[in-house]
Design a protein around this ligand. Structure first.
Ligand code: PSV
Ligand code: MN
Length: 386
């Protein structure tokens, strides 16, 4: 295989998971601007997600969020997805939207609240059994706002105990992905604030527990690719929640704020042997002001572009420059790959896959946006909480 053929083969095998909630309405604490045509239930979210896969060819799975995507019959939901060319992906838990969780969920001081949260997590595993999903993605809003509010160490003990119970419930081919976030909604302490804490818990739990890196969950200036390299070295990188940020957890389109960072992350993924199905490449975004489906198509394309550039790094030249201490040449090799315009390569790749070379234009021409605006009238539009 020529080098270019190998790059194309890798790109064809790429799989980016899109999040069901990105198809629904979202906003800030100031305002949610509803958009016409937004899905009213999980079925309509899947129909939209299928369009993203139809035009990009590399978004074959859709992450669900429970209880937002609760249905009576998950096997029927999985079948509905498959009829449209996509599959159900990770199950995301929600232990942050119930009044009981004001002071935390599985880290709460009250065992009754911890039990309630754990029952929800166990229910998520039941749902995974029904959907055939591999990954349970856990993010905890747990933390405190004031020094002294609760015992930081005891909260870690409660967390470890709760995670262990869920871990024991996992099936043979199921995994637990533990997500960290440095602040928000808690402002003084967060119970899983960083990759080190997530890693320590996952290490104790065992092989089926892996860390998930949400690119928006770090302090400004954090070298995320270093975290990626480290987790891959330790066999503990379970996946990504991709998005981009300018200030905090902005959940903007991945690659919009810092495409160079996304490239650097993808380079470390490839360098570390993480470009495999064992690492889940998921989006976790909210499209507050832009049209949702094309924003997700754009995000998938941004991931593809960063991946293509990372695959184009001349590893031999880089290695030679690094070994000889040629700082400028090593940096030039990286920058050459980053500065390559990979859009023609991706256009021809899509043609080889039987797709339109321009997914954005193809979606616009498809009439889907007009169709959903005309048809999705009445009912309750999906958003956070539905
Ligand atoms: C938390 O900010 C987070 O990134 C988690 O992944 C959640 O599951 C997701 O957002 C949606 O609330
Ligand atoms: Mn996330």
């Amino acid at each position: 295989m020529t080098e270019l053929a190998a790059v194309k083969a890798a790109l064809k095998s790429q799989a980016v998971e899109t999040p069901s909630w990105a198809y629904g309405n979202s906003g800030t604490r100031f305002k949610v601007f509803a958009q016409p045509g937004v899905p009213r239930d999980p079925w309509e979210k899947l129909a939209d997600a299928a369009k993203v896969h139809e035009f990009t060819g590399v978004a074959p799975t859709v992450a669900l969020h429970i209880p937002w995507d609760k249905v009576d019959d998950y096997a029927a939901l999985a079948k509905y997805a498959e009829e449209r060319g996509v599959k159900l992906g990770a199950i995301n838990s929600n232990t942050f939207q119930d009044d009981a969780y004001k002071l935390g969920s599985i880290c709460h001081a009250d065992p009754a609240v911890r039990r309630k949260a754990l029952d929800h997590l166990l229910e998520c595993v039941d749902i995974m059994d029904a959907t055939g999903s591999r990954d349970l993605k856990l993010w905890f809003a747990d933390g405190t706002n004031y020094p002294g509010q609760d015992d930081l160490r005891e909260r870690q003990d409660r967390l470890a105990e709760g995670l262990a119970e869920v871990y024991r419930r996992l099936g043979e081919n199921q995994r637990m992905l533990l997500e960290y976030k440095f602040f928000e909604p808690a402002f003084y302490s967060t119970d899983v604030p960083d990759w080190g804490t997530a890693y320590a818990h996952c290490l104790k739990l065992g092989e089926k527990a892996q860390v998930v890196v949400d690119t928006g969950h770090h302090a400004p200036g954090t070298n995320i690719e270093f975290i990626v390299a480290t987790l891959l070295r330790e066999g503990k990188l379970g996946g990504f929640d991709f998005n981009s940020r300018f200030y905090a957890d902005d959940d903007l389109m991945v690659g919009a704020a810092d495409p160079f960072q996304l490239f650097r992350i993808m380079y470390e993924v490839i360098r570390g042997g993480g470009f495999t199905p064992s690492v889940a490449f998921m989006l976790d975004q909210c499209h507050n002001i832009e049209a949702k489906i094309p924003a997700i198509i754009r995000s998938v394309m941004n991931v593809q572009e960063a991946t293509a550039k990372a695959l184009l790094v001349d590893r031999e030249a880089l290695d030679a420059a690094q070994r000889s201490g040629d700082v400028l040449e090593a940096n030039a090799v990286i920058m050459d790959a980053y500065n390559t315009d990979v859009r023609p390569l991706l256009g021809s790749l899509r043609e080889e896959m039987g797709l339109d070379p321009d997914p954005m234009a193809a979606y616009r021409r498809s009439g889907w946006a007009e169709k959903i605006v005309a048809e999705r009238v009445g009912g309750q539009q999906a958003g956070w909480g539905a």
